[in-house]
Design a binder for this molecule. Structure first.
Ligand code: GLA
Length: 728
C-alpha cells in the first residue's frame, strides 16, 4: 500500500486496501484524474484520454491553435476552478483584491509524507502515508494544497484542500470545498440518508440525473435532514456486489456534497463547507484549512463500501482508548421519569437493575439549575439541590455503592432565557442586537465562536466533572442556529459564522472531552441529529435516535450503518407501548435490535418484577457474549427492511470464526411461510456450529442455501443464530 509518483508520465498512483486511485499532471499543469477503482498495475493511463476534438469550447489561455485536449472543462478533475472555461461546479471560488474572481490552480510541486499531518483545530483521521500536491495561480499567488492519505487496513482515501493567500492583500474566499473527484461517464444511482427527528438516516436511492444533485445542511450542524454522506453506485450495484463510491465528510456544521453529471456524462463530485451563507476573509499570507472528506470504494457493493468506512473510522478516527473497549451498559432515566424525579425515584430505578450486568446509571436532563421542564435552566451547570437533596453526591455515592458507574447529561452549547447565565450574560446568546430571536425548545444557543463564551462553558462543565466522581457524560445538542451573528466581529466577517461555530464546538470538545480522558462521552442531538464523523472523533458512540421503537429502529440502524460502525450507535431497550409510536413489540425483539449497537436500557425499572430482572440479566449476559462482534466485527446487511418485510444484520469476526445473525420480521401471517435467511461473510471452507439448529454445516452451504427462518408467530418477531467455527 503506498503512494507512487511516476516522473516519466507525471502520474500519482495511490494504492490502498482493495483500490487504486490515479491522477496525473497534464501538459497544461492541470491535476487531471485518471482512475479510481479495483487495484491496477502502474501502467501509463494516457490512452484513456483520447476524447476527440470538441467544438465550441473555451480554450485554455494561449492554446487557441491547439486541437483536442486544451479545454479545462473536459478534464476529469482533482480540483475545478471557475473563470477560464470550466463551467462545472468549482471546488474553490475566490474574489481577488482587484475584484476579479480568477484562480487558475496549476501544478507547483508535490511532497509525499510518511505520516499525515493533523488539521489545525478540526478532527481528522489519524496516520497514513500522505501525498500533498501544490497548486498555484501564477498571477495572484493564490494557492491550494491537495492532501491525499491512503491506508493499509481500509479502502478509503482521506482528502482535503488547504487554500493559501500568497498575495500581499486579503482575498475573499466565497467557496472553499475540500475535494473534487471524477467518475467516468455512465449510468449511476445516488444514495443519501435523509430524515428528521425520530426518522434519522433513512436510505434514499435515486437515479443520478444530468445537472447538479446535492445533499446539504444550512443548519450550522450536520443535521438529521441529510447526513453528510453520499454514495454513487452503478445501476446494478446492490448490497453484495458492484462498484460503490462513498463520500463522508468529517464535519459538524453547514455542508454541501454535490454530484454533477455534465454534458459528456462524466460525474464530478465535490463539496465541503457549505458556501451558502459563507465568505471567509483570507489575509495576506494566511491559510484556510478545509474539513477532511473520506472517500470509500468497494466492488463488493454497498456492504463492501460500508465495511471500508467502518474499518476506517474504527482504526483511524474514533478515540483509540474506547473504540474497541467494553461499552458501558446503561440504565438511563429519561424515558423512565422525564423531568419528574428525586433521589428516591432514581435510587429505585438503579436498585432494580443492580446485579443484572447493567453497569452504568445515566442521569439525564433535569438535574441542574431550575429545570423542571424544557423551558428554563440551560447554562446553569450547578446541581439543583432542592430536587436532588444532598446534591449530586447522594445519588453518585449510591450508584457507586452498588458497584455501578455514574453518568450525567449536559447540553453545553445552549442557554435558556430563564437562567442565571442569561441574566448575567444575555450577550452570550446568538442573535442580532435589537432584533427578536427565534426560540426552539424554548432555548437559545451560545455564541461559541467567542472565546470568552467557550471559557465560561468549559469552566462550568469541568467544575462538575472535577468535583464529582463521574465516569460517563451524555453531551446533547437540541436546536439549530438562527440569527447567526457574532457580537464584536467585523461586518465583513459575519459570514464566517457557521464555520467558526464548528471550530468553537471542536475547541469545546478538546477542552472538555479530551481534558477528561477517563470520562466516557456519548454524543446526542435531539436523538441522532448530529451523527457525523467529526462528532465520532470525540464521542465513541452517539444516541442514534429518540425513537426507541424496535420496528422503527430497524430502519434507522440500517441507514446509519451505511457509514457508521454498529458500535457507534447507542441503542436502548425501552418500555411498551412505545413512547414515540405507541407500538407494542416483544421484549426479546427490543433487546435483539438494541443489542446491534452499544446497548442500554431506558425505562422506569423501579416497578420491575423478579421475572423482569431475570430477563434483563439474561439479555445483558447475551449481549456480553456478542459484544466482541459489535465492537470489532464486519457487518453484512442481509435483509433490507426498506424493500422487504425483513431486516437482517450479520456480524462476523475478522477471523471468520464467530458470527451472529439477527433477523427480524415486521408482519407475521396466518400461513406458514418459507423464508430463507441470507447468510454472509463466513469462510466457505470452514464448518460452523449453528445455534438454534444444533447442526454443523459448512460456510459454503450456509451462504448458498441460507437458513430457513423460524420467526415466532405474530408481528415484530426476531430470530438470532450464532455461528461458531469448529475443527473437523
Ligand atoms: C434529547 C435527547 C434525549 C433526552 C432529552 C432530554 O431529546 O435526545 O435522549 O436526553 O433531550 O431533554
Amino acid at each position: 500500500m503506498s503512494i507512487t509518483f511516476d516522473a516519466s508520465t507525471k502520474t500519482f498512483y495511490l494504492d490502498g486496501k482493495g483500490m487504486t486511485y490515479a491522477f496525473f499532471i497534464n501538459e497544461h499543469g492541470y491535476a487531471e484524474h485518471l482512475y479510481y477503482g479495483q487495484p491496477i498495475a502502474h501502467d501509463d493511463l494516457s490512452y484513456t484520454r483520447e476524447r476527440g476534438v470538441q467544438s465550441f469550447v473555451v480554450k485554455i489561455p494561449g492554446k487557441e491553435n491547439v486541437n483536442g485536449l486544451c479545454y479545462y472543462g473536459q478534464f476529469p478533475t482533482e480540483l475545478s476552478f471557475f473563470g477560464t472555461g470550466d463551467y462545472r461546479e468549482p471546488t474553490v471560488a475566490v474574489t481577488n483584491a482587484a475584484g476579479d474572481r480568477l484562480a487558475e490552480l496549476l501544478y507547483d510541486g508535490h511532497e509525499i509524507l510518511s505520516e499525515k499531518p493533523a488539521i489545525t483545530g478540526m478532527p481528522s483521521m489519524r496516520g497514513g502515508e500522505t501525498l500533498v500536491v501544490h497548486l498555484k495561480d501564477q498571477f495572484t499567488a493564490f494557492a491550494c494544497d491537495l492532501y491525499y492519505t491512503v491506508y493499509d487496513d481500509c479502502g478509503v482515501i482521506a482528502r482535503r484542500a488547504v487554500y493559501k493567500n500568497g498575495a500581499k492583500t486579503p482575498v475573499m474566499l466565497n467557496r472553499a470545498y475540500s475535494f473534487a473527484m471524477s467518475l467516468p461517464g455512465g449510468d449511476y444511482d445516488m444514495i443519501s440518508l435523509h430524515g428528521a427527528w425520530a426518522t434519522e438516516r433513512a436510505v434514499q436511492r435515486t437515479p443520478l440525473p444530468y445537472g447538479v444533485t446535492s445533499v446539504d445542511s444550512k443548519r450550522t450542524t450536520s443535521s438529521a435532514t441529510l447526513n453528510p454522506f453520499m454514495a454513487i453506485v452503478g445501476k446494478t450495484t446492490d448490497e453484495l456486489q458492484g462498484n460503490a463510491y462513498g463520500v463522508s465528510l468529517v464535519y459538524s456544521s453547514s455542508y454541501v456534497l454535490k454530484a454533477e453529471k455534465n454534458e459528456s456524462g462524466n460525474v464530478l463530485l465535490t463539496g465541503g463547507i457549505n458556501d451558502f451563507d459563507f465568505a471567509w476573509k483570507l489575509g495576506a499570507g494566511e491559510s484556510f484549512e478545509t474539513p477532511e472528506v473520506v472517500l470509500a470504494y468497494s466492488h463488493e457493493g454497498l456492504g463492501g463500501m460500508s465495511r471500508q468506512f467502518h474499518d476506517a473510522y474504527r482504526n483511524h478516527l474514533i478515540n483509540p482508548r474506547y473504540v474497541r473497549s467494553h461499552r458501558p451498559v446503561v440504565i438511563n432515566n429519561w424515558e423512565g421519569t422525564y423531568f419528574n424525579f428525586d433521589n428516591e425515584k432514581l435510587k429505585a430505578i438503579v436498585k432494580a437493575v443492580a446485579g443484572t450486568g447493567i453497569d452504568t446509571f445515566v442521569l439525564d436532563d433535569g438535574w441542574f439549575g431550575k429545570r423542571d421542564n424544557d423551558r428554563s435552566g440551560l447554562g446553569d451547570w450547578v446541581v439543583n439541590s432542592q430536587k436532588l437533596q444532598g446534591g449530586l453526591t447522594e445519588i453518585i455515592n449510591y450508584v457507586h455503592s452498588l458497584g455501578m458507574n455514574f453518568g450525567l447529561w449536559f447540553e453545553p452549547e445552549m442557554i435558556s432565557e430563564d437562567s442565571d447565565l442569561y441574566r448575567a450574560h444575555p450577550d452570550y446568546a446568538i442573535g442580532v442586537p435589537g432584533r427578536a430571536r427565534c426560540t426552539s425548545r424554548t432555548q437559545y444557543m451560545l455564541d461559541l465562536t467567542r472565546k470568552e463564551v467557550r471559557d465560561a462553558v468549559v469552566g462550568a462543565v469541568n467544575k462538575i466533572l472535577r468535583e464529582n466522581q463521574i465516569e460517563y457524560v451524555k453531551w446533547d445538542y437540541n436546536r439549530n442556529v438562527t440569527e447567526s451573528f457574532s457580537l464584536g466581529r467585523e461586518p465583513e466577517r459575519q459570514a464566517e459564522f457557521a464555520h467558526r461555530y464548528a471550530l468553537g464546538v471542536y475547541d469545546l470538545c478538546e477542552r472538555i472531552v479530551n481534558a477528561n480522558p477517563d470520562v466516557f462521552f456519548e454524543g446526542c442531538s435531539g436523538g441522532g441529529a448530529r451523527f457525523d464523523p467529526a462528532m465520532l472523533y470525540y464521542f465513541p458512540q452517539i444516541w442514534t435516535s429518540d425513537d426507541s421503537d424496535a420496528e422503527e429502529r430497524t430502519r434507522i440502524q440500517y441507514g446509519t450503518s451505511m457509514v457508521y460502525p454498529v458500535s457507534t450507535m447507542s441503542c436502548h431497550v425501552s418500555v411498551v407501548p412505545n413512547h414515540q409510536t405507541t407500538r407494542v413489540t416483544p421484549m426479546k425483539t427490543r433487546a435483539d435490535i438494541a443489542h446491534l449497537g452499544a446497548t442500554g436500557y431506558e425505562l422506569d425499572t423501579s416497578s420491575f418484577t423478579d421475572e423482569d430482572r431475570e430477563t434483563t440479566k439474561a439479555q445483558v449476559e447475551d449481549y456480553h457474549g456478542m459484544e466482541e462482534l459489535v465492537l470489532n466485527g464486519d457487518l453484512y446487511r442481509t435483509e433490507d427492511i426498506y424493500n422487504s418485510n425483513y431486516f437482517g444484520f450479520m456480524l462476523v469476526s475478522k477471523d471468520q470464526n464467530d458470527a451472529l445473525l439477527t433477523a427480524y420480521r415486521r408482519m407475521g401471517g396466518a400461513q406458514v411461510e418459507t423464508k430463507y435467511l441470507r447468510v454472509c461473510g463466513l469462510d466457505a471452507n470452514k464448518k460452523y456450529r449453528v445455534s438454534g439448529l444444533d447442526k454443523v454445516l459448512s460456510g459454503s452451504t450456509l451462504m448458498n442455501v441460507g437458513l430457513l427462518a423460524r420467526f415466532p408467530r405474530g408481528d415484530f418477531g426476531t430470530v438470532t443464530h450464532h455461528f461458531t467455527a469448529v475443527e473437523e
